[in-house]
Design a protein around this ligand. Structure first.
Ligand SMILES: CC(C)(COP(=O)(O)OP(=O)(O)OC[C@H]1O[C@@H](n2cnc3c(N)ncnc32)[C@H](O)[C@@H]1OP(=O)(O)O)[C@@H](O)C(=O)NCCC(=O)NCCS
Length: 398
């Protein structure tokens, strides 16, 4: 691939198996991501260890994965052997069952290697590869401080909700390369445990409002066979119901196999989960669920993934019901967890209202960016209308 006198861009080999030894490039990716997240957030709760990155790249069943790396030029031409040789990386996920126009990912550069054109070279090489894969739209999420200091120039999302500092390196880089800021997400954190009597009171209140037709069902790790199809249906709806602003994210195709595979994928990444759902007893199906994912490598941390209530069953406090029930299950099964991190579209008032009531506090803001790739080789800022989100772990939600 392309070379310069100072660094070369390589395509990183896909790991041969979900549990393969991490290569130098993958170790470097974990280091670079950890450094970048610490810079903005002051902690590395959201960064993946190398083994999680290996499993994410090796699993290409429902999306293709692409990783490029900028390698300090040492006259060599092969895959690098030392993580310190890697100056930055570009990582993209290319859905293959649906959303085949889209690539979702990011570009990250070691702080010691910035403003040398490394990010630009990675992005240019990535565009060529993404075009060759037939992708026309690229979206990326960037992390920013929760508030912008007085007097600092800001950028407002196309949704009109949420601002980030226009002076942040990530914002400057994205704007320079033609990305438009379509949406912002509030990343907020709940300190746990929450007083058990408070959680029980929320659950009782919500169950009282919902009535006897609705019953909580819970599981960990593997979806029971009887709920595979209902979970597929809820996940399909999640892909269209959560606000995604102008990000051109289209309906996902889900079936029982994909739900089962998702369970396997979570385990392969070194994560475990607790899930609380609501059965609509007269209909015999699930109408709501919420899920918390816990990385084995960080016992104090949980990530909030999907929360959804089926459109025909909203307004009955089922959102509060599943979230309170899941906090109880978490406290019981994973008492070491101290922080739950969540991401919500800034305009997702209903979900935010529940989270704020439960004590989630704003911790950072994510910018959701999009650019269209034209066939000729230049990127055009995207226009147009978005999801209750997820993170490098593409967007968690709830
Ligand atoms: C954003 C990031 C990838 C840029 O990498 P980089 O190698 O420093 O980028 P480049 O040297 O190619 O810079 C390209 C242009 O972006 C803009 N830019 C990048 N960093 C900037 C900064 N700190 N201040 C102002 N402009 C900046 C400039 O226009 C720059 O061109 P110039 O140097 O000719 O003025 C890097 O800062 C980073 O890894 N940040 C943390 C992770 C992140 O947020 N990534 C973005 C996710 S998509």
């Amino acid at each position: 691939m392309s070379t310069t006198p100072r660094f070369r861009i390589i395509e990183v080999s896909v790991p041969p198996s979900l549990d393969a030894e991490p290569s130098a490039a993958i170790i470097a990716r974990s280091e670079i991501e950890t450094e970048a997240l610490r810079e903005v957030l002051g902690h590395d709760d959201l960064a993946d260890p190398p083994s999680t990155i290996v499993a994410g790249l090796a699993d290409q069943r429902h999306s293709k994965k692409l990783m490029l790396a900028a390698v300090e030029d040492d006259g060599d031409t092969g895959q690098p052997r030392d993580p310190a040789q890697i100056l930055g990386y570009a990582g993209f996920m290319l859905p293959t069952d649906d959303n085949v126009h889209l690539a979702v990912g990011d570009v990250m550069v070691r702080s010691s290697a910035r403003r040398r054109g490394v990010g630009t070279a990675l992005w240019e090489a990535a565009q060529d590869r993404l075009r060759a894969e037939g992708r026309t739209t690229v979206s990326a999420w960037t992390a920013h401080a929760p508030t912008v200091r007085d007097g600092v120039e800001t950028l407002e999302a196309a949704t009109g909700v949420g601002t980030i500092a226009a002076t942040d390196a990530a914002a400057r880089f994205a704007v320079r390369h033609g990305f438009a800021l379509e949406q912002t997400e509030r990343q907020s954190t709940l300190r746990v445990p929450v007083d058990p009597s408070q959680v029980a009171a929320w659950r009782a209140e919500a169950q009282g409002k919902a009535g006897e037709d609705y019953r909580v069902v819970q599981w960990q790790e593997g979806t029971p066979a009887q709920w595979l199809e209902p979970m597929a249906e809820l996940n399909r709806r999640m892909s269209t119901d959560a606000p995604t602003g102008g990000i051109d994210f289209q309906e996902e195709t889900w079936d029982a196999e994909r739900v089962r595979h998702n369970d396997e994928h979570i385990a392969a990444r070194g994560h475990r989960y607790v899930l609380s759902a609501v059965e609509h007893v007269p209909g015999g199906t699930l109408v709501a669920y919420t899920m918390l994912v816990m990385p084995r490598a960080k016992p104090e941390v949980a990530y909030q993934e999907t929360t959804i209530v089926h459109g025909e069953h909203r307004g009955k406090r089922l959102g509060l019901l599943v979230k309170a029930a899941n906090l109880e299950l978490l406290a019981d099964a994973y008492p070491a967890v101290r922080r739950i991190h969540t991401w919500n579209a800034g305009e997702n008032d209903h979900m935010l209202a529940i989270n704020i009531r439960m004590g989630f506090e704003l911790a950072s803001v994510e910018g959701a960016w999009q650019v269209r790739l034209d066939a000729s080789g230049t990127a055009d800022a995207a226009v147009g209308p978005g999801k209750e989100s997820v993170a490098s772990q593409p967007a968690p939600a709830g």
